[in-house]
Every structure is written in structure tokens, then in C-alpha cells.
Design a protein around this ligand. Structure first.
Ligand code: ADP
Ligand code: MG
Length: 424
């Protein structure tokens, strides 16, 4: 299980272990960055007008049909920004560092279908980036493969510094139609349920988790998971997935609490990546009587045939998770509502993100937008949510468990898998 002992000569010399941004004693705000993608060929052919003007590294102006609106974030990335720019300057490295320190960290991509979420998280075309040659991959890999590379680089350095091995455990699932599917082992997906509580944290029961030892193993899991993601065609973007995908990388390290304590503890940090499904507004669809329905939300045009009942359910459920996410973000960003009930339990997505939003984690939100005037209302909606998310306060804590507990839990899992005669 020991992470590769080879020494790394590529140590990141400018590495600093920033403490969480201090708000009060132990609070950290959700960090929010925005990436504007370039115009796509369709937008260019139509001669669409670019409505987003960068003001500086942190603020942008949306020049709307009616009026202009300025937004300020932790960082904004222009349409010519590279994958490496995003990796270096989005704050993702800090998340990786904090996951090694034992924090639960989350990076989630939010935005309209076709706005660049998968491109930014995985790379162009999602799974297809893995099929390209090495030079292409180095240039075009998204945040997740870059973060994985950085994680292994840091772990090599750290395990040499403190002579204590790290263990990496991975799971990968998607939420599709409010059902959870295992992306590592899709055959083993029936009826996965969420257990736990807001206080103790939610988890997916029986979700396959595997220990991995090398970066390549982890990248292979990522590639296979991307291939397994349920794809359903969408009128605007055939390659966009309609599922929310969640990759969870658990970083475990055995520690001794104090010099004279005999009890061995295990520190369990986590690095979670969530690639959300695109936003599709369905409320108006149900007001229409005719079929097929063609409606415009001012920007994203959605064509849905009523005869495809399944598609309507899918859209509705995807929206249920996204709508609940929006409701939670709104409530958490409001100093008064924050103290009240937050409806995490209303969707699978928000239950699994409970620690990331207003909980004990450290979170980075990556909002993706199109520059085109044809997407104005969707872009404004994404930026408004992103703007609210800036106000969400988390209270990060390091989670430890006694080594005995961890071993017992793993033994139970192994026994259960044996009982199910389960083979990978
Ligand atoms: P989403 O996951 O938000 O639905 P995608 O990531 O699939 O959107 O992006 C839609 C298309 O736009 C893809 O072909 C993708 O490669 C392209 N694209 C997105 N962002 C960028 C970018 N920053 N630079 C170049 N192409 C991009
Ligand atoms: Mg996508």
C-alpha cells in the first residue's frame, strides 16, 4: 500500500501550505471561480455577440440586452485561459494539499449544458482525451487528472518527510434520475442508497471502493468511469452527459495522536470532484400542450418530445438535484436562512454535498459560462448562483478515526462482498 517511494525531483518549490482562509476562528468561505469558454463554431457561424468583458483577474461585466451587470469572484478566467492556468490559479492545489492534511475537500463544476464543465474537469470530450497521445494529454488534460498528478507528487514528498505511508481509496459514482450508479463497477449498481446524517456525514452504502497504489491506476479508473457515464443525447449538445458524476479520492494516513498515546489513529482526508449535469429548465415545458415542444428560455433552446416520457422524467430528476442544490446555496448564503432548515435531504446530490456546502469541508466552485449573447439568461443565472455561493461559510475540521475502527469497518466490507460472492 505504500505510495511509490521513488524520490521526486520535481518538487514544487513554491508550495505553501496555506491555512484555510480565516473568517472567524475556524470558518472558511466557499471559493468561487468562473471560466468563460471560447465561442463555439455554431456561435461563431451565427456571428453571436460576446457579452462578457473581463475587468481584471477577479471581476467581469456582463453586457446584457437590457443592462450591464458586474460580478466579482475569487478568480475569473478568460476564454483564452489554458487548462494549466486553471490548475495553477483556481485554488485546486490548495484543495489537494488540504485533503492530504485530513480535510474533506470538494471541487464542483456548475453551469449550463455545453458551457465547459467536463472540458474543464476532465478534458475535451471527457473520456476521449485519454485516447489521445501523450503530448495532447499533457496540454489538454483537465483539472482532475492534473490534481491527481499533483496529489501523487505531494504524497511522494510527504511520505519521505514523515516516513509514514499514505493509502488512497477511490470510489466513483453518478447520480442519474435520482438513482446512484457505480461507475467503477457498473454491474454492481442496483439500489445503492445513501446513509448517514447531516451531522455525521452522508455516504453511499455498498458503493465499490478500491485501494490504488499508482497514479496510472487512478487515471484508468477515471477513464473507465467517464466511459461508463450514462450518455443521453441532448438537442443542443450530444456529448454532454445528463448525470452528475462524483469521484471521491480518500487519502488516509496512520498517525499517533500524542507521544504517550498507544492508540493508532487514521486521518481520513478526501478529495471530491463533482461534474454536474447541465441545467435544463423544464418548468415551462409542462405548461405547453403540443408535442413536440419547442421553447426558448431566452438563451438555451430546449426541444423535448412529450412522447418520450422517459426523457421528461430524466430531465425533471436532474433538475430536482440541481434545483435543490440551488435552494441550498441560496439558503446557506443568507445569514438569516442559514440558521434555519437547509433542505439537503431533498435530493441525492445535496445529501452527498452536505459537508461541502455549509458543512465541515473546504470547497471550490467552478462556474462555467458561454460568452455568447444567445446564452445571456443562463449565464446570468449561473453567475447569480456562483455569486451567492461565495457567501457560504464552512467550518473545516480534520476527521480522524481509530485505526481499529477503520480496520473493523474494512473487514465488514470485505465480509459483505464475500457474502455477495462479488468479484470485480
Ligand atoms: P458541459 O460539460 O458543460 O456540458 P463540455 O465540457 O462538454 O460542456 O463543453 C462543450 C464543448 O465545448 C466541448 O466540445 C468542449 O470541448 C468545448 N469547450 C468547452 N470549454 C472549452 C474551452 N475552455 N476551450 C475550448 N473548448 C471548450
Ligand atoms: Mg458535461
Amino acid at each position: 500500500w505504500v505510495i511509490a517511494q521513488k524520490s521526486s525531483s520535481t518538487a514544487d518549490s513554491v508550495y505553501r501550505n496555506d491555512p484555510p482562509e480565516e473568517l472567524g476562528a475556524d470558518k472558511a468561505r466557499v471559493r468561487v471561480v468562473v471560466r468563460v469558454r471560447p465561442m463555439n463554431s455554431r456561435e461563431l457561424e451565427r456571428n453571436d455577440r460576446a457579452i462578457i468583458q473581463m475587468e481584471n483577474d477577479c471581476s467581469l461585466m456582463v453586457q446584457g440586452a437590457q443592462h450591464n451587470r458586474r460580478f466579482t469572484f475569487d478568480s475569473v478566467f478568460q476564454s483564452d485561459s489554458t487548462q494549466e492556468d486553471i490548475f495553477q490559479n483556481s485554488g485546486i492545489k490548495r484543495l489537494v494539499d488540504m485533503s492530504i492534511e485530513g480535510y474533506i475537500t470538494t471541487c464542483f463544476a456548475y453551469g449550463q449544458t455545453g458551457s465547459g464543465k467536463t472540458h474543464t474537469m476532465i478534458g475535451p470530450g471527457g473520456a476521449s482525451v485519454f485516447r489521445m497521445d501523450e503530448n495532447y494529454r499533457i496540454k489538454h488534460f483537465g483539472l482532475v487528472p492534473r490534481a491527481i498528478n499533483y496529489l501523487f507528487q505531494r504524497l511522494r514528498e510527504k511520505s519521505q518527510e514523515n516516513h509514514s505511508p499514505y493509502y488512497i481509496r477511490v470510489s466513483y459514482c453518478e447520480i442519474y434520475n435520482e438513482q446512484i450508479h457505480d461507475l467503477i463497477n457498473p454491474a454492481h449498481t442496483q439500489g445503492l442508497q445513501i446513509r448517514g446524517s447531516v451531522e455525521d456525514g452522508f455516504y453511499v452504502e455498498n458503493l465499490f471502493q478500491t485501494y490504488i497504489e499508482t497514479m496510472d491506476e487512478l487515471l484508468t479508473i477515471l477513464e473507465e468511469g467517464e466511459l461508463n457515464r450514462a450518455m443521453a443525447s441532448h438537442n443542443l449538445n450530444d456529448t454532454s452527459s445528463r448525470s452528475h458524476a462524483m469521484l471521491s479520492i480518500q487519502v488516509e494516513q496512520d498517525i499517533t495522536e500524542s507521544e504517550n498515546s498507544a492508540e493508532q489513529m487514521t486521518r481520513q482526508g478526501k478529495l471530491i470532484f463533482v461534474d454536474l449535469a447541465g441545467k435544463i429548465l423544464v418548468q415551462q415545458i409542462f405548461h405547453e400542450k403540443t408535442s413536440p415542444i419547442f421553447h426558448s428560455t431566452g438563451s438555451e433552446k430546449v426541444k423535448v418530445s412529450l412522447s418520450k416520457g422517459k426523457q421528461l422524467i430524466e430531465t425533471n430528476n436532474i433538475n430536482k438535484s440541481l434545483l435543490t442544490l440551488g435552494t441550498c446555496i441560496s439558503a446557506l448564503s443568507d445569514p438569516v436562512k442559514r440558521a434555519g432548515h437547509i433542505p439537503y435531504r431533498d435530493s441525492k446530490l445535496t445529501r452527498l454535498l452536505a459537508d461541502s456546502l455549509g458543512g465541515h469541508g473546504i470547497t471550490l466552485m467552478l462556474a462555467c459560462v458561454s460568452p455568447s449573447h444567445s446564452c445571456e439568461s443562463e449565464t446570468l443565472s449561473t453567475l447569480r448562483y456562483a455569486n451567492r455561493a461565495k457567501n457560504i461559510e464552512n467550518a473545516p475540521i480534520v476527521k480522524t478515526d481509530s485505526k481499529e475502527n477503520v480496520i473493523n469497518r474494512l473487514k465488514r466490507e470485505v465480509r459483505k462482498l464475500k457474502d455477495e460472492n462479488y468479484e470485480l
